[in-house]
Design a protein around this ligand. Sequence first.
Ligand code: IPD
Length: 278
Amino acid sequence: SDLDLDKCYQTILTLVDEAGKIVASRNSERKSYEQKSGDIDLLTVTDKEVEKLLIDRIKADFPSHKFIGEEGSSSGESKCVLTDDPTWIIDPVDGTMNFVHSFPHSCISVGLFVNKVPEIGVIYNPMLNQKFTARRGKGAFYNGNPVHVSGEKELSKALITSEFGSSRDPEKMQVVNENFQNLSKIIHGFRILGACALDMSMVAIGAADACYEMGIHIWDIAAAILIVREAGGVAIDPSGGELDVMSRRCLVAASPELAAAIAKNLKQYYPKPRDDEC
Ligand code: IPD
C-alpha cells in the first residue's frame, strides 16, 4: 500500500496541538453539556467540535481512511466498524466529566490502526502539557523523552489506576465496587484520574503499575494500548485472555505477572452492547 505512516504521524501531531489549544482555552469555564448513555455520560460542544476538526482535516490529507469517533459512534451517526483499512480511532475529549468541572485531567486520544493493528498512538492533555506518543516498534515517549513501564510484578506492591466509569447500571456498579474493595486490601493503592487514556498513560511512564476498566470503549484505549506496549507493558483482557478491542474491557500492566495476578483477583463484567454491536 502507499500508506505513509511518517506523514500520518506528523499530521496527527500538528492536529492535536491545534485541537489542544481549543480544549485548553475552554477548560477554566464551567461547561454546559448533554447526556449520552446516562446522566454521568456527558457530551459538550467542544467534544463535537474537536472530533469534527480532527476528522475533517485527516480526511483532507487521507481521503480513503476510515474513522471511529466517540461522538459519531455514540450518537449513532456512524457505525463502530474496524476493517483492515487505515482507521483513525478518536476520543476528542477523554475525561469529559473532568472537562465540565475544569478538573485538569482530560485529553485528546487518537490511535491509527492498519490491518487491525495499532500503528500510531497520541494522547495529549493540553491543560498540564502532557503528551504521550508511540509508533509500533519505535518505543513510547512522554513529551519527547523515551519512557518505560515500572516492571513491577507483585500485586502487593502495585499502584493501580481505574475508574468508577460512566454508567450507573446497578449490576456494573456492584462489580466495580467489589473489585475496588477486594483489591484495595492487597495492593499499594488505587488512583482515579477520571480519564481512561491518562490512567493508562501513567502505566506507560512507570508512575502506576497497572490499569483496568470494564465499560470503556475502543476510543478510550486505542492510543493507550500501543503506548503501554511500546513502553514494555502488556495490554490484555481483564480475565487474563487476549485483548478484544471491541469488548469494552481492558487491563494494562507493567509486567505479564502483575497482569495475571490482577486478572485472577477481578470479578468479571461484560458490558453490553459491545462496541461492534451498536
Ligand atoms: C470516559 C472516561 C472515564 C471512564 C469511561 C470513559 P469520556 O471517557 O475515560 O474516566 O471511566 O469509561 O468512557 O466519555 O470522558 O470520553
